[in-house]
Design a protein around this ligand. Structure first.
Ligand code: SF4
Length: 498
């Protein structure tokens, strides 16, 4: 209507009219973006650092809104071009002899079907122009908004250890036990990767086997790769693997009493661990290093303790000595297999602290193998959940605890003892882990799964490990999406005394 009353329209008049009519939509987007950014912590931090309103708006908020603004602006330009074409087509827009695509359409329509190209080409050109403007908008957004750019190669760390499709079997009198079945995972420098699962889930075997620490026979690595710093550990000779063990990759075992030699002094054993991989090291230097390490792991009075035997140490002190031995050669990978399970509850927290300290000191990436999700919450950055020899869920620790997407993970969480008053009972996962000689068909967890509810798919089709959402969260459950927003309390409680 306004165009009609403007009379003979020039391109400038029409552009001003359209700008007047549609500027409010962009203004709304800008305002909404700024309002939502106002509460962000980095804006608060800038304010706390003394930045004024203008500086906060231009230096901190505008760069964060530039992407949506550019996209909205280019969409609006496209809309304006379409509006101009429609107005000119209807005779309210730019008038001849000034050329306009809408006016061309109008003229073409008057010529009828005989000259179809007079309508078709202007129409196609309008569509192409609008699409091009949208593409330019997307390109500008990607160029101006750093969050849209893929992370540079330098910011994605190379994994230190990559396990691919590892299959480990054991020959037993009853048949072949498939202890590890197609396990793959990566360990990145400096991270703590928790591997959690019940006994027999394959969590220890998947790690021990790559270091040649399973008896062969009866054990057998059927296939797979374990790439550590560019070398496949599974292809190394026994001698070469010994050079890696205790040096580049070290272990802390569950029971320090059986892992330490009872007839050798603690200091001597730590010194031996050093000299095995550094034969030129003098005895005195090895002893000095043993003293340093005992001090580091919090063994009191190390000058006296270094000459004591393992039986003269308490359980917690022995585990400290084991950790000292493990980090003696500053390994790149530290593997802690149930490091606190054999210890008194009061000592467990101390050993966790020692492990953290050892990790800080050596910058080693750590694989923490445990059945205890509490320990994972305390120490791990990422979690792998294993069941019946397979990986069933992977994610960073925050995601797994906030939004578990496998019923087995939820079962493990529910079976953690609760300390609050109204949570003084346990919800153990019903049933037993399956036989690894004859695994149940379909999903191995289906006989124990609260979500399966007799679904045929669970019994017949093995669920693949697949990406959930757009983060690095993987789950091997057909119905993982149904678990969104559910964190626990999904099975009937059982009295703690049961
Ligand atoms: S696939 Fe079925 S049985 Fe397996 S975890 Fe998911 S719901 Fe349970």
């Amino acid at each position: 209507v306004a165009a009609k009353y403007l009379g003979h329209s020039t391109p400038l008049k029409l552009a001003l009219l359209l700008a007047f009519l549609i500027w409010t939509s962009i203004a709304r987007i800008v305002r909404g973006s700024f309002l939502s950014l106002r509460e962000k912590e980095y804006v608060e931090a800038a304010r706390a650092a003394g930045a004024g309103d203008v500086r906060i708006m231009f230096r901190h908020m505008l760069p964060n809104t530039i992407g949506p603004i550019v996209v909205a602006a280019t969409l609006t330009i496209g809309t304006a071009i379409l509006l101009e074409a429609v107005l000119s087509f209807l005779g309210f827009g730019i008038e001849p002899p000034t050329p306009a695509l809408g006016a061309l359409l109008n003229e073409g329509q008057d010529q009828g079907l005989d000259k179809w190209w007079l309508v078709t080409f202007p129409g196609v050109i309008i569509v192409v122009i609008v699409l091009c403007i949208n593409f330019v908008g997307d390109g500008l957004r990607d160029a101006l908004d750093p969050t849209q750019r893929p992370p540079s190669a330098a910011s994605v760390p190379e994994p230190l250890l990559t396990i691919r499709d590892l299959v480990v079997e054991f020959n037993t009198e009853d048949g072949i036990v498939q202890a590890v079945d197609g396990v793959s995972y990566e360990l990145f420098p400096g991270e703590t990767l928790g591997i959690v699962g019940e006994s027999g889930s394959g969590k220890s075997v998947s790690t021990m086997s790559i270091l040649g620490l399973i008896p062969q026979p009866p054990g057998r690595i059927v296939r797979g790769e374990a790439i550590f710093k560019g070398t496949d550990l599974l292809k190394l000779s026994k001698k070469a693997l010994r050079r890696v063990r205790g040096n580049e990759m070290a272990m802390v075992f569950q029971d320090p009493m059986t892992s330490l030699n009872p007839v050798l002094k603690i200091g001597f054993q730590i010194g031996e661990a050093i000299k095995t991989h550094n034969p030129d090291q003098k005895d005195a230097a090895a002893r000095r290093r043993a003293l340093e390490l005992l001090k580091l792991v919090g063994v009191p009075n190390p000058e006296r303790r270094v000459d004591q035997y393992p039986h003269e140490f308490s359980g917690g002190m022995r585990q400290r000595a084991m950790i000292a031995m493990a980090i003696a050669n500053e390994p790149s990978v530290l593997i802690a297999d149930e490091p606190t399970t054999a210890l008194d509850v009061t000592i467990q927290a101390q050993i966790l602290e020692v492990l953290k300290k050892a990790q800080d000191e050596t910058h080693a990436a750590t694989i923490l193998i445990t059945h205890d999700l509490g320990l994972i919450a305390e120490l791990a950055d990422r979690v792998i959940v294993m069941y019946a020899g397979k990986v069933v869920e992977v994610g960073d620790v925050g995601t797994i605890f906030a939004s578990p997407r496998h019923p087995y993970t939820i079962g493990l969480m529910d079976s953690l003892p609760k300390l609050t008053e109204d949570e003084d009972w346990l919800r153990p996962i019903p049933g037993q882990p399956p036989s690894l000689i004859s695994r149940p068909p379909g999903c191995a967890f289906h006989p124990r799964c609260f979500l399966s509810q007799g679904r045929i798919r669970c019994r017949e089709e093995e669920p693949p490990l697949r990406l959930i959402g757009d983060s690095a969260h993987l789950s091997a459950c057909h119905f993982a999406e149904e678990l969104e927003g559910r964190t626990g309390h999904l099975v009937e409680p059982v009295g703690a005394e049961a």
